[in-house]
Design a protein around this ligand. Structure first.
Ligand code: SF4
Length: 170
């Protein structure tokens, strides 16, 4: 049964703005064993790969959804509409599959869920959500960054192993 919705770049799809991926083997394994599905909101919204990097200007993803901020790329093109469309496609996917958790790539203007780049293209980050993360959170989904999820998984595996070791000793 599908349990997770994951950013496509994290499971090895080469959908990043620079045509690369950010593969995490443990997340890819969730796709392989049928526990997860993936989406790249920016591509789903109609953008191509490769594409120019974009950042949110004037706020975070929630501000974009409320019409108070925009997503602009390095050529000053307004790509807000594509980001919002992609976020809605990701939301529909999450709802259709009744996923319990969403694991999205940290720091991205679509997928970031703790920090995002500040709109100055200088590498500075601010606290906030990307557009897709904001929309999913507004609809009650638990959104994790890949690092938080992998840290939790490591802890879980550690406790499981300790329990098994304890049982073998008894
Ligand atoms: S971070 Fe999100 S929008 Fe960006 S490439 Fe990965 S899946 Fe696509």
């Amino acid at each position: 049964m599908v349990k997770y919705l994951i950013s496509a770049c994290l499971v090895g799809e080469q959908v990043r703005y620079d045509g690369r991926d950010c593969l995490e083997a443990k997340l890819h394994a969730l796709i392989q064993n049928g526990q997860a599905i993936c989406v790249c909101p920016e591509m789903a919204g109609g953008l191509a790969t490769p594409r120019l990097p974009a950042e949110i200007m004037g706020g975070d993803g929630a501000d974009v959804l409320a019409g108070r901020a925009k997503v602009i790329d390095t050529a000053s093109i307004d790509v807000t509409e594509a980001f919002i469309n992609g976020a809605h496609i990701a939301l529909k996917l999450a709802q259709r599959h009744h996923v319990s958790h969403v694991i999205l790539k940290a720091n991205s203007p679509s997928c970031g869920s703790q920090l995002i780049y500040d709109g100055s293209f200088s590498g500075q980050k601010i606290v906030g959500n990307g557009v897709t993360a904001a929309l999913l959170k507004q609809h009650g989904f638990h959104v994790w960054t890949e690092q938080v999820f992998l840290d939790q998984l490591k802890l879980l595996e550690f406790f499981q192993k300790s329990k098994n070791d304890h049982r073998t000793k008894i």
